[in-house]
Design a protein around this ligand. Structure first.
Ligand code: FO1
Length: 323
């Protein structure tokens, strides 16, 4: 493989944004072209008349260096004056905070959507403000917001289940109405076809990576590309790094282990997704199980403590693409 690879990253959430920072750093050091990041839009929602794209914004803000690293979402140093006012009106969701600076993004996005721009064009406009060093593409321009069917029969928006109920209501299924008719956003299929390496970020396999893979045409493009497809485990030592991915995995019958997630994605040579899987050092013992699935098993430290650590993980994932 070239020392200057064309890279596509499939990403969502905090894991996706931290990993993307590392990929940007690792590629810049090589003088390689900017990566294309295909972002999950299943978390998107309409609230108080504005369109939110939490995963697009998490990655945008992290790349711009304006994200709230403590909370893991929203803008650093944000205030909540408008949110307070919305609550006085009983508008929006009392358990979901819209920061003032963050609202500026949602207003800009919604205005452009109302003027007729597509979500892809909006992402491109939002990306012009800061030198992001990557190309951000939503997975699709269609609205395919994730809904969760919980035990007892209720169906709710993913954000209600995640943020209000903290994933404590037992999920039975995750659904994306309209997905059958959705198309990949312009550029997604081309980027995958032209890539040397596709990296699957250590994001939630079910509600972040799952929706990207469910967009009709994406799996086919990943099967057909000459790129090597390398995944990074979101599970370290049998536990999720952050968030509630274990609950999501249980809902689809997948154990919370690095090898079970590798099996869930499957080996490309057996009709699945991956050529290689990067395991945490803590999970070195699972490497033979992963290799037995028909993919390369590689091992690296996977804690994304800072950008340097994330870049080291990106380097290890790129190295696994060559093996
Ligand atoms: N997460 C929370 O836990 N509480 C919130 O009030 C909240 C508000 C919010 C507003 C905009 C946004 O882009 C994200 C927000 N998040 C909030 C994060 C979000 O719910 C999820 O963590 C992601 O969608 C999962 O990746």
């Amino acid at each position: 493989m070239t020392s200057s690879p064309r890279v596509v990253v499939l990403a969502g959430g905090v894991g996706g944004s931290k990993f993307t920072l590392g990929v940007r750093e690792a590629l810049a050091r090589r003088g390689a072209p900017q990566a294309t990041v295909v972002v999950n839009t299943g978390d998107d929602l309409w609230l108080s008349g504005v369109r939110l794209q939490p995963d697009v914004d998490s990655i945008l803000y992290a790349l711009a260096g304006v994200n709230d690293t403590e909370r893991g979402w929203g803008r650093a140093g944000d205030t909540e004056r408008v949110n307070h006012e919305l609550q006085q009106w009983d508008a929006g969701w009392p358990w979901f905070t819209l920061g003032d600076l963050d609202l500026g993004t949602h207003l800009a996005r919604t205005g452009w959507l109302r003027e007729g721009l597509t979500p892809t064009q909006v992402a491109e406009r939002l990306s012009r403000r800061w030198p992001l060093g990557v190309r951000l593409l939503p997975m699709t321009d269609a609205e395919v917001d994730t809904r969760v069917l919980v035990e007892g029969g209720d169906v709710m928006h993913f954000q209600e289940w995640w943020t209000r109920h903290r994933a404590r209501l037992v999920p039975r299924a995750f659904e994306n109405a309209g997905m059958d008719a959705a198309r990949p956003a312009p550029g997604v299929i081309e980027a995958i076809a032209e890539a040397d390496v596709v990296l699957v970020a250590p994001s939630n396999p079910v509600v972040s990576i799952g929706p990207i893979l469910a967009v009709p045409g994406v799996r086919e493009a990943l099967a057909a590309t000459s790129a090597r497809v390398v995944g990074v485990s979101p599970i370290i030592g049998g536990a999720v790094v952050r968030g509630m991915a274990d609950v999501c995995l249980a809902a689809i019958g997948v154990e919370t282990s690095a090898s079970a997630v590798a099996r869930h994605y499957g080996a490309r040579r057996a009709g699945g997704l991956l050529d290689a899987w990067l395991l945490a050092e803590e999970d070195t013992g699972l490497a033979p199980d992963v290799a037995a699935l028909g993919m390369t098993a590689a091992v690296a430290p996977l804690w994304m403590r800072d950008v340097a650590a994330s870049a080291h993980i990106a380097d290890a994932a790129l190295a696994a693409a060559i093996r």
